[in-house]
Design a protein around this ligand. Sequence first.
Ligand SMILES: Nc1nc2c(ncn2[C@@H]2O[C@H](COP(=O)(O)OP(=O)(O)O)[C@@H](O)[C@H]2O)c(=O)[nH]1
Ligand SMILES: [Mg+2]
Length: 315
Amino acid sequence: MGFFSKSFDKLKGALKKTADVLNTDVRTLFVPGRQIDDAWLDEFESKFIRGDIGVKRVEELKGAIREQWRLGKIRNANEAEEIVRKKLLSFFPAEDRELHFVPSGPTVILVAGINGAGKTTSISKLAWLLKNEYQKKVMVCASDTFRAAAVDQLTIWAERIGVEIVKHKMGSDPAAVAYDACEAAKARNIDVLIVDTAGRLHTQDHLMRELTKIRDVVAKRIEGAPQVSMLVLDATSGQNAIAQAQHFTKAININGIFLAKLDGTAKGGVVVAIRDQLGIPIKFMGLGETPQDIETFDPERFITALFGEKEPTAK
Ligand SMILES: Nc1nc2c(ncn2[C@@H]2O[C@H](COP(=O)(O)OP(=O)(O)O)[C@@H](O)[C@H]2O)c(=O)[nH]1
Ligand SMILES: [Mg+2]
């Protein structure tokens, strides 16, 4: 409970910018006393489009309000807020956002994304969470051998968090590091192995193939692995993030999104757009630069954080 409420406060804090935009921008739509009419519906549309939710979804929201209004079921703008909240929630289908651990042997999380998306930082968050909240024995694998700084960065986090690390020299074959990490994880009874990889662009064919090769090595060493192929996306990069994702999915069958840097954007609506266009569950959110700045994604809590706590309506 403590963890939940503490991190919920953090979520609200981190989404403050987003919430501020909604408060100053969108929330003025819903103040009691305002009446729904065509001008109000137009204002609703333009304000929601600015939140990066995506035009199609904004039209759906607007349509739902208009229908209720035409039927005479609602008249006041504040009555529309409940429709919007419910509808936003319906944009997130019931889907599996949990991490599942195999009963025996290591569960492997393979992490990919473009340069600077937040992969290594997000790995430190996952390692922290898995160790401290799930009581798992965690190992990280430094398969980003492209830059010496990348190995150092992961080493520092691993030491601070207190998890094991497998690494080679800079420039060595990333698949060979993954091979060693898999063997070490099995030998040392590791519960979760998290594999860091170098940033790459979808246009870099050889690097995309290298990613597939890392995946194949992991699959060969540990049956059923990697159970999670996680794509780290930078929430501040909007539509670009969505374009990248499609290519990564081709290389390694992405089945989870880690949405980093949600604290840095005033357009939290991008969460809706990403879920819509990718059809892949968002599992975690990054809300800052330290290992503790992680939150599991839950649509209901997310929408509450965006709109602010709903006061119980007197009926
Ligand atoms: N504000 C904020 N910064 C982040 C977050 N995740 C990563 N960063 C920063 O983004 C930069 C790139 O992160 P890094 O993990 O090295 O990216 P990588 O190249 O994908 O491994 C670093 O300065 C991180 O501190 C986040 O959730 N919020
Ligand atoms: Mg990195």
